[in-house]
Write a protein that binds this ligand. Structure first.
Ligand code: GLV
Ligand code: GLV
Length: 322
């Protein structure tokens, strides 16, 4: 009578092996397809553990179906897709993978910044489509990164990683955060400022705040209007932090210069989404933490969180809500 563990995606073999030693596994193993909510609702009924990811919605209705659930473990740092309050109220431990993916996600964020500023993807398409006829004095000209001003909204671990990279590019660093970070000010010469001031002064606005139903849009019409016409907006946090209609309008009317997006309000984003019709938008499919090494580590840590949770032990990385 082994405990049942539901795994909503095909996960790396090593992680799966760890889980198998501790329970009976139901794994949804279609590589490209998320586990349908209806099937998850059914499978969760007799489960002790749920191994999940950012693509699943773990809401109250689902938890209502799961009287035996002891642990939810997400292979992510963000947990905005999980109703943590309801889980905790029911005595279900929730685990995530902070810290491990910080540098990998900061790398991708900087890659997106550079790609958007220097029109890297647009330029690549230009060559492949046979449109390259000659060298042109102003052909595919972008924005300078070296020495520019970067404004980071949300100075957590990933924000700090981006700031360290920015320092290497001799950028002037501004940040906005719930708390001031004196060590960042000292070590990287970062300046704390209000959101409005950050938006007005930055050449690059990088959004790294966690997603949350309560805070709603951090970036909307008013915020985009404050940005420079030459400014580039980057989001590798959560799509729900941004009013996409306002972003589309700002980009279309050239109120801002370009955007680089790894996340969307609805994922996967539809190819008919208005933002995808704009040449000054660089898009990626939520791959911030997607390096082989980091995703492997995340999978293993998520397994350890889950195992600890179903065995009533302390989780290596537990989500604590205040
Ligand atoms: C991915 O977005 C994560 O939260 O890890
Ligand atoms: C996530 O790890 C963050 O704190 O930015």
């Amino acid at each position: 009578n082994k405990r049942k563990i539901v795994v909503t995606r095909k996960i790396p073999e090593q992680a799966l092996e760890r889980l198998k030693a501790h329970g009976e596994i139901y794994m949804w193993d279609y590589e490209e397809l998320p586990m349908p909510y209806e099937i998850l609702s059914e499978e969760i009924k007799d489960a002790a553990g749920l191994y999940t990811n950012v693509g699943d919605r773990i809401d109250k209705a689902l938890l209502d179906q799961a009287p035996n659930l002891k642990a939810i473990s997400t292979m992510a740092v963000g947990f905005d897709n999980i109703n943590v309050k309801e889980a905790v109220r029911r005595g279900i431990a929730v685990g995530h993978t902070p810290g491990i993916l910080t540098e990998t996600t900061a790398d991708l964020t900087f890659a997106l910044l550079m790609a958007a500023a220097r029109r890297v993807v647009e330029g690549s398409d230009y060559v492949r489509q046979g449109r390259w006829k000659s060298w042109g004095p102003m052909l595919l000209t972008g924005q300078d990164i070296y020495g520019a001003t970067i404004g980071i909204i949300g100075m957590g671990r990933i924000g700090e990683g981006v700031a360290r990279r920015a320092a290497g590019f001799n950028m002037n660093i501004l940040y906005h955060n719930r708390n001031r970070r004196p060590e960042m000010e000292e070590n990287l010469n970062a300046s704390y400022c209000s959101l409005d001031e950050l938006l007005t002064r930055s050449d690059f606005v990088v959004l790294l705040a966690p997603g949350s139903a309560e805070t709603g849009y951090i970036m909307g019409e008013k915020q985009f209007k404050r940005m420079k016409r030459s400014a580039v907006f980057i989001n590798s946090s959560r799509g729900t932090n941004v009013d996409e209609t306002a972003l589309f309008e700002a980009l279309k009317s050239k109120e801002i210069w370009a955007a680089g997006l790894d996340v969307f309000e609805e994922e996967p984003v539809s190819t008919s989404h208005p933002l995808l019709t704009l040449p000054n938008v660089t898009v990626l499919p939520h791959i911030g933490s997607a390096s082989v090494a980091t995703r492997t580590k995340m999978a293993l840590i998520a397994a350890e969180n889950l195992i600890a949770g179903i065995e009533n032990k302390e989780l290596p990385f537990e989500v604590k809500i205040t």
